[in-house]
Design a protein around this ligand. Structure first.
Ligand code: ADP
Ligand code: ADP
Length: 229
């Protein structure tokens, strides 16, 4: 089954063509890695995917349905996608567990107890059960990013979008985040990952899409993309 289908997607910023002729798909339980130089349009594509940006041409289908334009419908669609950013974007005045609880409790309307149970289970899953009461400032970058992943998962998304999740991390904490992502992939989560981590892309991706100047220049299984010409 296809979760996300992109057909001839175009995105403009004024006269600047940020995406052009982008066609690709993400099938259920696949990990699709987007690679390519900085400025080639990868994160623009993610922001168009969860409707943080609108596209100027072509179409994006989510579960076979075109992304909506009105705000209420967009909010609903966005709830079905988990987004993880380069800079974590945790709420600094909330503890790790409060960051994770907030979505289920305020957005999904789960009871306090159900929200807390879910958050505890997810913090355990990302290896941070013992850091639940820490504030973000008292966590390493890698730990903050794992909280951010738990927070996104708490909404039980159908697809997870990762925008360079390890680019802002100290080298020694990159591995712990990639391991959590690998475990998620093994659980069957559908994922799009913008990354410069070629080892991750080679080992974990089902499909690799190479961007350059807003266009896809190559796509295929990692074996094909990374094998010497
Ligand atoms: P499936 O298990 O759905 O049949 P496979 O992973 O076996 O998919 O791939 C079958 C073919 O489709 C391969 O040539 C592969 O490169 C290609 N393929 C897999 N995933 C994608 C994708 N997301 N977009 C385009 N082609 C893909
Ligand atoms: P990547 O994720 O591959 O590094 P981006 O998608 O962030 O690339 O950016 C693609 C291009 O679009 C870059 O040249 C960037 O400067 C430009 N761009 C991104 N967002 C905006 C914006 N809001 N306004 C104008 N230009 C933008």
């Amino acid at each position: 089954a296809t979760v996300l289908q992109y057909r001839d997607v175009q995105k403009l910023y004024g006269d600047f063509v940020a995406l052009q002729g982008v066609s690709m798909e993400v099938k259920k339980q696949q990990v699709v890695c987007l690679i390519g130089p900085s400025g080639s349009g990868k994160s623009t594509l993610l922001r168009c995917t969860n409707a943080l940006e609108t596209i100027d041409g072509g179409e994006i289908l989510f579960d076979g349905v075109r992304l909506p334009k009105d705000r209420t419908a967009i909010r609903k669609v966005r709830q079905r996608m988990g987004m993880v950013f380069q800079n974590f974007e945790l709420f600094p005045h909330k503890t790790a567990i409060e960051n994770v609880i907030m979505g289920p409790s305020t957005v999904l309307g789960l009871s306090d107890e159900a929200s807390r149970d879910r958050a505890e289970a997810l913090l355990k899953k990302v290896g941070l059960a013992d850091k639940a009461k820490n504030y973000p400032a008292n966590l390493s970058g890698g730990q903050q990013q794992r909280v951010a992943i738990a927070r996104a998962l708490a909404m039980e998304p159908e697809v997870m979008l990762f925008d360079e999740p390890t680019s802002a991390l100290d080298p020694e904490t990159i591995g712990e985040v990639l391991n959590v992502m690998k475990a998620l992939a093994d659980d069957g989560m559908t994922m799009i990952v913008v990354t410069h981590e070629m080892t991750f892309a080679r080992r974990v991706a089902d499909h690799v899409v190479v961007f350059e100047r807003g266009e896809i220049i190559e796509q295929g299984p990692p074996k094909q993309i990374f094998e010497a010409p």
